[in-house]
Design a protein around this ligand. Sequence first.
Ligand code: ZN
Length: 323
Amino acid sequence: MITTQDELQIPALGLWLDARRPRDLSFISHAHSDHVGSHARAIVTHETAELCRERFSSKADVDYEVHDLGETFSVGDATCELLSAGHILGSSQLFLNHDGQSLLYTGDFKLRSGRTHPRCETRKCDILVMECTYGRPRYRFPDRAAVESELIARCAAALEQGKTPVVYAYALGKAQEIIAALNRAGLALQLHAIIARICEAYERLGIDLGPWKRYERGTTHGHVLIVPPDARRTPMIQGLFPRFDIAVTGWAIDAGTKFRMGVDLALPYSDHADFPELMEYVERTEPGRVYCTHGFPDFVHYLRREGVNASWLSATEQLELFR
Ligand SMILES: [Zn+2]
């Protein structure tokens, strides 16, 4: 395997991993924009193909090669399989065997379960290439159900005070988890148009999110409003009074997040693994070698301390795993 300009490739197979620049053939682990490119051909799950089509009409020419989770297929002379990543709907990991060695590439993942996607699957492997977004010990997320309960309680309290609770959540994945959680508490929801469109795609893919309405100016009273984080500075939000702003992000572990984001409350809620989950993931997969990417490079030191053969995967590093 080789890394070029921050993009991962397995040259022996002509296969890129979550490349953003257009490539002949890339695996797309999930439909978040930092993992998607305008490739000639892309290996994806059915759900990721649908969500990419919905979100990136400019990438409409991509030939999606769709595989089910657990189905085996070939790329060159490698045997491949997609495993659930437990990150968002459609998210998958790539597991492959080539030349007597197995490699597992995680994309984004978490071990804790969500309401709108299957759980992460782990598999023993020789070589592990993993994301480590929250790879420092201070990132320990509280129990997901407890955070959801606090979110519900704070939204209900704001509504009682005549305020509109506004929840800032990534449009794809996080927002749908929040919608499913708030609906269980019977709260009335209005959604930003971008989130509403993605919810419709989720529903076409068979995910029941419960009732919601599209945002309509002047009618938000009595509703929880769910919007993407970058909507905060738009007239839609700036003209809305009185309101109570809540950010849901893993970075809420950092004390300054509430002030940095300019919200009334920041709750630690993420679709990524926290530090203990990252460590547990490596323990479960028992890799002979680990390459870390997408996060804090010092995460490799925590792995080495546990006796794991770990390296940071940098743009300048060349690795020839599959010669
Ligand atoms: Zn992601």
